[in-house]
Design a protein around this ligand. Structure first.
Ligand code: SAH
Ligand code: ZN
Ligand code: ZN
Ligand code: ZN
Ligand code: ZN
Length: 505
């Protein structure tokens, strides 16, 4: 009989098998809240169900919330499986062993020692991704070690550490300077005094780098991130080791209280949450987590403010718009294209012509958000928002309809604007890419008919079963001209993006 591990791998292999299958794994949130989920090293696991040809299988299982790659976390347990005392004890021991080698407190103490050293004694091991104290040099003698670490370098850990995409575990896509500066300027123009950075280490450091004396210099920032390497560079009140897929604080109650105090300061006035999660597609657990952070903020509100919402920037690809708005109906998508440094596909080329599919979703009224005209954005007085240069106002739809930054054209048969490369297909009675296979579900995604991904990776995937079975045709298209062939790229990336990495030493 196959071990649980092998069974899960089989599920996973099937999910990632070539196109044509319609199966996948989905998160279940309807489980009995009285039954606590078992714990893996990354906190409470999530309940999943395997979906085969659009049908949910009855046997559900728990797996890691953060790591989709079983190499990173191989937790597997059937929902109805009873474990022996011995196995439970072994699991607990394993979970303990997997925790970072140093406590949060110890990291802070090390950091304080480190900054007291003269520059000539400040070293950083690139192999171990670790600041070294003099008594540790010997152990890293054979490693590549950087010396003379300056204060400036210590204040920019995202430049010192390598992005975890290189380690093939967790895709860390760092903002390009232009986008990061845009965000900082925007946050300060909007008058925020505190920023909860969830998975945005580079934004966090740029906020903290703002020159003092500046009228904006008093913006505080708290980073929540699963990348434990960052704990070397920050005091307890500015970094918490955190899993955003299950709202788990690795350092327990003390860390949760740091976050709570941050959100509730000034009765919750002047704070915004900014998040840039891995684009793996697990929108629902993220939404559940963000609602918990919102609730935490709300607890600190006075009664008179009860109608207010916690301001949020959720940075994510545009093709997740319907999923995000399903969970947060007050959110709208801005046209601003977020650029990344280390992502070949998501950054502007030298000419600035390459388009990024990543956008900002927010509950702040879009007319308040001024996009840079020098990058080609313009204000549409009818829509009352800034839009991309090519996003033209369609008088039939009465809105600026483009989602991807290209000029869309109106189809009178579909009664809506469609991507420029689409044309109306009389067989499908829909606009589609020329050369598509008419109404042949076998070839593509079970939900949207797209050819280069499967239902499990489909951004149009609905939450509820019934919607999941309904096929909406052709919501996305793969084209050569597009900035990225998002779904096939994404399938490979899913694994990386959802995984994580600890400080290896
Ligand atoms: N653009 C951002 C980085 C986004 S990359 C910036 O430049 O600041 C995604 C970030 O989310 C990474 O920092 C990664 O470590 C973090 N992350 C990935 N999985 C996570 C999880 N399960 N919980 C919390 N943070 C996570
Ligand atoms: Zn080393
Ligand atoms: Zn139109
Ligand atoms: Zn049409
Ligand atoms: Zn699809």
């Amino acid at each position: 009989m196959a071990s649980p591990r092998e069974r899960l791998e089989a599920v996973e292999t099937e999910e990632s098998a070539g196109r044509g299958g319609c199966s996948g794994v989905e998160v279940v949130f309807s489980s009995d809240p009285a039954v606590p989920a078992p714990l893996c090293p990354h906190g409470p696991t999530l309940l999943f169900v395997k979906v085969n040809q659009g049908k949910e299988e009855t046997r559900r299982f728990y797996a890691c919330s953060a790591c989709r790659d079983r190499k990173d976390c191989n937790f597997f347990q059937w929902e109805d499986e009873k474990l022996s005392e011995a196995r439970l004890a072994a699991r607990e021991a394993h979970n303990r062993r997997c925790q970072p080698p140093l406590s949060r407190r110890q990291c802070v103490e090390r950091y304080l020692k480190f900054i007291e050293l003269p520059m000539s004694k400040r070293k950083f091991c690139q192999r171990c991704q670790q600041l070294l104290l003099p008594d540790e040099w010997e152990r890293h003698r054979e490693h590549q070690v950087m010396g003379d670490i300056s204060v400036a370098q210590l204040r920019r850990p995202s430049q010192l550490l390598y992005p975890l995409e290189n380690k093939k575990a967790n895709a860390q896509y760092l903002f390009a300077d232009r986008s990061c500066q845009f965000l900082v300027d925007l946050l300060s123009a909007l008058g925020f005094r505190r920023v909860l950075c969830v998975g945005t280490p580079r934004l966090h450091e740029l906020i903290r780098l703002m020159p003092s004396g500046d009228r904006n210099s008093n913006i505080k920032s708290l980073l929540l991130d699963i990348d434990f390497r960052y704990s070397q560079f920050y005091m307890e009140d500015s970094f918490c080791h955190y899993n955003m897929f299950n709202h788990h604080f690795f350092d327990g109650k003390a860390a949760l209280e740091v976050c709570r105090a941050f959100l509730q300061e000034d009765e919750g006035e002047g704070v915004i949450m900014v998040t840039d999660p891995p684009f793996g597609g697990l929108v629902e657990p993220l939404a559940v987590t963000f609602k918990k952070l919102i609730a935490m903020w709300k607890e600190g509100q006075s009664q008179s403010n009860s109608h207010k919402e916690l301001p949020i920037f959720w940075i994510f690809p545009y093709f997740f718009e319907s999923r995000i708005c399903q969970f947060f109906p007050s959110f709208c998508m801005l046209d601003y294209q977020v650029d990344y440094d280390n992502h070949a596909l998501y950054k502007h080329g030298k000419t600035g012509r390459k388009q990024s599919p990543v956008r900002i979703f927010t509950n702040i009224p879009p007319h308040k958000i001024i996009l840079p005209t020098e990058e080609g954005y313009r204000f549409c007085p009818v829509c009352q928002r800034y839009v991309s240069l090519e996003n033209q106002h369609c008088e039939h739809c009465n809105s600026c309809t483009s989602k991807d930054g290209r000029k869309w054209s109106h189809c009178f048969l579909c009664k809506k604007c469609v991507k420029p490369s689409w044309s109306h297909c009389s067989v499908c009675n829909n606009c589609a890419l020329p050369g598509h296979t008419c109404k042949d579900p076998k070839d593509g995604c079970f939900i949207c008919g797209e050819l280069d991904h499967k239902r499990s990776a489909c951004p149009n995937r609905a939450v509820r079963k019934q919607k999941q079975r309904k096929r909406t045709k052709m919501k996305m298209e793969p084209t050569k001209g597009q900035p990225m062939n998002h779904t096939s790229v994404r399938r490979k990336k899913n694994r990386r993006e959802r995984a994580h990495q600890y400080l290896c030493s």
